[in-house]
Structure formats: structure tokens, C-alpha cells
Design a protein around this ligand. Sequence first.
Ligand SMILES: CC(C)(COP(=O)(O)OP(=O)(O)OC[C@H]1O[C@@H](n2cnc3c(N)ncnc32)[C@H](O)[C@@H]1OP(=O)(O)O)[C@@H](O)C(=O)NCCC(=O)NCCSC(=O)c1cc(O)c2ccccc2c1O
Length: 256
Amino acid sequence: MDYQDITYEVREAAAWITINRPEKYNAFRGQTCEELIHAINKAGWDKAIAAIVLTGAGPKAFCTGGDQSAHDGAYDGRGTIGLPVEELQSLIRDVPKPVIARVNGFAIGGGNVLVTCCDLAIASSTAVFGQVGPKVGSVDPGFGTALLARVVGEKKAREIWMLCRRYSAEQALQMGLINTVVSPEDLDSEVDRWCAEIAALSPTAIAIAKKSFNLDSESIRGISGIGMQALSLFYQTEESKEGVKAFLEKRPPKFR
Ligand SMILES: CC(C)(COP(=O)(O)OP(=O)(O)OC[C@H]1O[C@@H](n2cnc3c(N)ncnc32)[C@H](O)[C@@H]1OP(=O)(O)O)[C@@H](O)C(=O)NCCC(=O)NCCSC(=O)c1cc(O)c2ccccc2c1O
């Protein structure tokens, strides 16, 4: 597959997969999800690869979720909501290698969910985390909510979704959403260091450990499936459409 929206680079024993849409703050459209799925599968089953690094191009954003300019009552790709996003999230969990989020900037909306799904997360001190779903007439009902609660605790996860605040990298570290924070200049060397440590360990032991962590939260995949069906109906409503329209028109939404 020729990639338009992402880049794929092998550094030592790590595959670096970069969402390359900086002008959209690395938001994903249907094509982006298809390419990410292809690339994660490619790296995930390559025996020479010990770890997968997921990141965004440029200094501004890791990923800001679904591309709102490709959303018209549904996104522009495949699947229940027009994005095979639940397949992408599941795949991050299914590949037998640690997937590390290299968080270089905004990790908002679906970008925040990707961080939640990754095994590990290393952030620049400039990174900003948060949810925007209820601001823009959307919600990721599955890994975005229920898995987030496993990661940061029920009360914090509900705060994140019900207030849509932004959180600094230090706050994300305190709540357990990420593993460490470094200065922007040290981000790549820190990620390289973590990948090298992983590469020295038994790949099979790591694969079994990863699977066993995931099995405990596996029911969330089913929650996500039913949630997407509900969401596809919600996207048809004036309430949801107002959220997308308001974001694109750079004004506060009028939901009531
Ligand atoms: C990230 C921001 C907080 C940055 O705000 P700031 O004020 O600094 O900058 P701008 O808002 O002006 O943005 C700069 C520039 O980038 C464009 N942009 C940013 N994000 C997106 C985006 N997601 N889609 C398209 N374009 C985007 C923006 O338009 C500007 O371009 P200009 O050309 O005008 O300069 C803020 O941008 C922000 O909050 N962004 C996120 C907006 C958003 O609505 N994201 C999607 C939420 S829904 C979602 O992600 C989602 C994910 C899932 O995984 C799901 C799974 C299952 C079901 C549903 C899901 C779902 O809905």
C-alpha cells in the first residue's frame, strides 16, 4: 500500500508510524485509518520489530481525532460511523508488540483515545490532553470511555468526558494516562531508549503479558461495537450536526 496520510520508518528494532497531516493537526479521515491499520499490521507481525511507535508530524499535535472537515452526518470512510476506528483501536491491542504513543502535542478527541489504547505513552512537556466529544456532538463509547476509566479511574474519566477540560502533560502523568514526560528536545531519544530496552527482552514473554493485560478489559470491545451503532444514529441528529458545524465555523455550539 502506498501511504498518503502516514509515514512508516524503521529505526533500529522499532517501527515509527507517523500521522502526517499537520495542517489538520493530524486528525484522521477514513484513508488515514486504513493506512494506520495496514502499517500497524505490517509492523505487528514483523519478527524484526520489537516495538511500534505511534506519533504525529510536526510540533503541534499528536492527533486531534476524527477529521471534522471530512464529517457530514458520518465520516468519509468505511465502517459503522464512516471510520474503521474501532478496528484501529482493537488492532493496537491485538498486535503482539508494545505500541508506544510518542505524544508531541495535542492528544485530543480520538487522539486521546489512541493514547489510552497504546501500551505505553511518552509525552513532551508541551503535550495537551483532553476530550472534545460532547463539545462537537460526538463520543467514543467504548475504549474512549470504559478503557479510559480503567486507566485513570472512574471519577477522573467521567470528569474528562463531562467537562471537556484540557490537561497538561504533568497532569496526564499524575492521572496515569502516560508513563513519563520529557522536554521536547529529549522526546525522540527517550522513545529510542524505551524501544531499545524492550528490544533486549523476550518477545514472547512480552506478547503473552500484553495479551493477558488486554483479556481483562476485552469486554470493552463489545461495548464499543454497540456504542458505534448508537453513535451512527446520533450523528444523524441536528444536535450532533450542530457540534461539527460550530467547530468548523469556529464558534461555540448551541445545543439547547
Ligand atoms: C486541538 C485544538 C484544541 C486546538 O485548538 P486551537 O485553538 O489551538 O487551534 P484550532 O482549533 O484553530 O486548530 C488549528 C487548525 O487545525 C484544524 N483542526 C484541528 N483539529 C481538527 C480536526 N479534528 N479535524 C479537522 N481539522 C482540525 C483546525 O480546523 C485549524 O485549521 P485552520 O485551517 O482553521 O487553521 C482544537 O483544534 C480541537 O479541539 N480540535 C479537535 C476537534 C474535534 O472535533 N475532534 C474530533 C472529535 S470526535 C473524535 O475524535 C472521535 C474519535 C474517535 O476515536 C471516535 C471513535 C468512535 C466514535 C467516535 C469517535 C470520535 O468522534
